[in-house]
Design a protein around this ligand. Structure first.
Ligand code: ATP
Ligand code: MP5
Length: 272
């Protein structure tokens, strides 16, 4: 008999019944990265690759109970947040993050699903800015999210840099502004680290509709790498490579915005 220990990680997010985004994408990514994943459900969605058909935020009492269960037993090395639904739920998650001193914390400020359905109320954007971003070791907005957070248009490279500085000034230690929603043959994410060092992560932009859960996959791969002891910069570079491969080696599922291939890096054991 052999017993092995894996770094334990936590995702605090919404469930996607279609398995392409949310908690399901997080768990698949974490599993592929060889860390042990636990999860706190903040909301349930009835969802497939075509759209989100229904959303049910969990009772606050049940979210508190999940945090209590996890922190009574597990040794969580890194955690991430995803879909948080509304202000009340953001505040509940923030209270628990403070209570259990959760760090490192990756905040993926999920606002709108690929099909266009809101996953966060408009007023909760302010709660995320005021209460959650200051607790983030890394915050990972996509372009529309970064625009909503900073209240500015982001088009040029200089705009990315200005927006990242604004988000860092809100209290996030490290900032990644993802470029998936941009245009052009390459896709570039901008990274601003806590020490002021910055860089672009660029790669081919794959022409595919199978891009459901790209942000969840990136933030979960980064969370996993941090739990394994990678530096912030190395974890971010690993995350980008993981999501790039998961899009590049696509799988055929559903009729709309298809999920990624979370097995894509399997076999590349030096990397994962
Ligand atoms: N077409 C593409 N080809 C290659 N990489 C991509 C493509 N689209 C997105 N990415 C990468 O996927 C990651 C997530 O970026 P994106 O801007 O899509 O986030 P997101 O909108 O939060 O994702 P989602 O909401 O689907 O979870 C980034 O690292 C980005 O560079
Ligand atoms: C529960 C949940 N969390 C996150 C997303 C974002 O993913 P996408 O932008 O690819 O729809 C989602 N659709 N559902």
């Amino acid at each position: 008999m052999v017993e092995q220990q894996y770094p334990e990680v936590l995702t605090i997010a919404g469930s996607d019944s279609g398995g392409g985004a949310g908690i399901q994408a997080d768990i698949k990514t974490m599993q592929a990265c060889h860390v042990y994943s636990s999860s706190i459900l903040v909301a349930i969605t009835a969802q497939n690759t075509l759209d989100v058909q229904a959303v049910l935020p969990m009772p606050i009492k049940m979210i508190n109970a999940q945090f209590a269960s996890i922190y009574a037993d597990f040794d969580i090395k890194a955690a991430k947040t995803g879909m948080l639904a509304d202000s009340q739920h953001v505040r509940c998650v923030v209270k628990n993050i403070k209570q259990y001193h959760i760090t490192p914390l990756i905040v993926d400020p999920v606002m709108v699903a690929k099909g266009g359905t809101r996953l966060l109320t408009q007023e909760a954007i302010e709660t995320i800015i005021q209460d959650l971003i200051p607790l983030a070791d890394i915050v990972t907005p996509n372009l529309p999210e970064a625009e909503a957070i900073t209240n500015m248009r982001i088009i040029s490279k200089a705009d990315f840099e200005t927006a990242a500085k604004k988000i860092a000034a809100m209290g996030a230690k490290n900032v990644i502004i993802k470029g998936g929603h941009g245009q052009g043959k390459t896709v570039s994410d901008y990274v601003l680290l806590a020490d002021g060092h910055d860089f672009w992560l660029s790669g081919d932009r794959y022409d595919t509709k199978r891009k459901h859960g790209t942000g969840d996959t990136l933030s979960s791969a980064i969370t996993s790498a941090l739990a394994k002891g990678y530096s912030i910069e190395k974890a971010i570079r690993f995350g980008k490579k993981f999501v790039d491969m998961a899009i590049k080696k696509g799988i055929v599922v559903g009729h709309g915005h298809g999920p990624l291939n979370h097995w894509a890096m399997q076999g590349d054991h030096d990397e994962i």
